[in-house]
Structure formats: C-alpha cells, structure tokens
Design a protein around this ligand. Structure first.
Ligand code: 8YV
Length: 326
C-alpha cells in the first residue's frame, strides 16, 4: 500500500523529518522558503496531510485546493492560523502541541516581565552605546517585581505556570481574569484570585497576556484598557499579535501612560509597528517564547506523532476539532 503524502511547510529538525519519512511520502522545504498561500495551496493539491507552523493559514481557499487533505498538524499550541470551522466542515482534522511547551513558555513570560520591569534591554543599549560614564542614584530605576501585583489575562496552562512562578518564587499577589474561573484547588495551587477585567487592569503592577487569539480577543487591550492601567504598570504580551492594539500601545508608551511593555508577538508579524521601534521603554523579542531546543523538538515530535497516530491508529493525540464525515 502506498504511504500517505505529507507536506512539511517549513524546515524542521532533521531527526523529525527522518521519523516522518519512515511513515510517509514527504515533500519538505529544506530551504525554509516562505511560500505564499497560493503556493501552499498548489503544493497541497495532492497531499493527504500537512505539518504546519503558525506562518500559514489553513482557510477556505487552501482547503478547496486540497481535496485529499485529511489532517493538518500544527507545530504550535495556538492555532488561530486554522479556520477551524472550515476545516471541520471539510472533514479535515486539526491538531496542536499543548503541554510540551507550557513550562518553557511560562519561563519566558517571566523573563520578559523581569527584563521589562527592570529595564534590562534599555540599559544594555545605553551601555553598548558608550553612554555610561557615571553612576547615578536613579539610573534605570524600574518597577519592583517581588511582592508586587501580577495580573494574568487568560488562565490556561501557561497562565497558571506564570502564576506559580510569581506567587511561589517572587511572593507576588496574583490576580487573574479568564473566560472561566479555575477550580478552587487550582486557584489555591496558583495562589491566584479571580477578578473582573476592569479590576485586573486597575490593580496589576505587571499585566501578562496569555489568552488565545480569536475575533473575541482582537484588541482586548486597546487605548481604553491601557487608560485603566496604573501609570507605573508594565504590559507583557506572549500570547498573539492582534490581542493588543499595537498603535495604541506605542502611543501610550511614548506618552508614558504606562511604564513599559514586553512584547514577543505583534500584529502582522514579522512586521513590527514602527512606533514600537521608536520608544525606549519596550522590550521586543521575535516570537521566541517556546524557543528552547528541547521544547521546539518536543513540539515537532508531537506534531509528527499526531500525523502518525492519525494515519496508523485512526485518531490523533491532541485534536482541536472533530471533523465532519465527508
Ligand atoms: C510557536 C507559539 O513556536 O505554540 C505557539 O502557539 O506561538 C509558538 O510556540 C509558533 O507559533 C510557531 O508555530
């Protein structure tokens, strides 16, 4: 029997490609070219499955061009690049990579919070530029981390990881807002108190965004929300671009309406809103919250395991939808 045909849309670890090659007929992208959506659709025309990252959308147009497609395995926990409704209707299984990146991403969220509060990149630029000629009492004085109030918007696995770090490691007072409240046991474990969104905005010294992107969370943080925050607060986004209105944030940072921001994700990335590049009080990283070698390897292996389990056992490990029978 011939092997299922799989398109691997971006370059990934050679050992994962080797594993996939034992089970599937592969078309890969060793040059890591950034295919257009049209190119993606063309290459999917004869494929049974795909291994994707967040850089491609699986939408109506792509699905229409891929009549044999049965599964798309995303190497990411977030899957806002999937039109889930269209995939479900077309009978296409979607999968993601939860759990394996939780702690690594929470580590990064906390690192970004600390770098932002303690002005680490801003002060490093100053030093590298040869501007450090003498010490002064208020040089790069930032906000306190330990003992401060940590606000978390979106309290899934990664949010809980950040809460634990803040509460147990830094004695922070943790408050959170989420679509649904955690169980009392989890709230106790995370030492986190549920509050309304307005209270979260008003009370947080450091506000960390960890909610999934959807039409409902588009610009969840815009000018009005920033206006409710403390002028000394920091805003950290490790979730998705589009959750923050980047233009409104750049204006707020410029006017010091909040102290600083730490951003790993951007609207329209890899482009970055120019106003954000012009202000000093923002720490910018290129969507690397899950980027440790072991975690990225675990994510790639889980995406591969989903493809293998789907074709060989009839069910993937971490599905995001229940496709219609077509
Ligand atoms: C991915 C991420 O590396 O998992 C996610 O949702 O944002 C990152 O960990 C990125 O999306 C590439 O697919």
């Amino acid at each position: 029997m011939s092997k299922p045909r799989i398109l691997v849309t971006r370059n990934v670890f050679p050992e994962v490609i080797d594993r996939l090659a034992q089970h599937f007929e592969l078309e890969t992208n060793p040059q890591d070219d950034l295919w257009s959506q049209e190119e993606l659709a063309r290459r999917l025309a004869d494929k049974d499955g795909a291994f994707t990252t967040g850089s491609h959308r699986i939408d109506q147009a792509v699905l229409a061009a891929a009549p044999l497609l049965k599964i798309v395995a995303n190497m990411a926990v977030g899957y806002n690049n999937f039109d889930v409704e269209a995939m479900t209707a077309a009978g296409v299984q979607g999968t993601n990579t939860p759990d394996v990146l939780t702690e690594t991403t929470a580590d990064f969220g906390f690192a970004l919070l600390m770098a932002t509060a303690r002005r680490m990149t801003e002060s490093e630029h100053y030093l590298r530029a040869g501007q450090w000629t003498r010490w002064s009492y208020d040089m790069f004085a930032g906000g306190e981390v330990h003992g401060s109030t940590l606000g978390i918007l979106g309290m899934g696995r990664i949010g809980q990881g950040i809460a634990r770090r803040g509460a147990h490691g830094f004695g922070m007072n943790v408050i959170y807002h989420n679509r649904s409240r955690l169980s009392p046991e989890l709230e106790q474990e995370c030492k986190a108190r549920y509050v309304g969104k307005d209270e979260l905005l008003a009370q947080a010294d450091h506000l960390v965004l960890v909610l999934p992107y959807s039409a409902a969370s588009h610009h969840a943080i815009g000018a009005a929300e920033i206006a409710r925050m403390k002028p000394t607060a920091t805003l950290i986004n490790i979730a998705r671009g589009g959750i923050v209105d980047d233009a409104a944030l750049a204006a707020a940072l410029k006017d010091k309406r909040i102290a600083a921001a730490g951003l790993d994700v951007f609207e329209g990335e890899p482009s970055v809103y120019p106003g954000l590049l012009e202000v000093p009080n923002v720490v910018l990283t290129p969507h690397i919250a899950s980027a440790t070698v072991p975690t990225r390897l675990a994510m790639a292996n889980l995406a591969a395991d989903n493809l293998i389990a789907f074709f060989e056992k009839g069910a993937p490990l971490t599905p995001v939808n229940t496709p219609a029978k077509v």
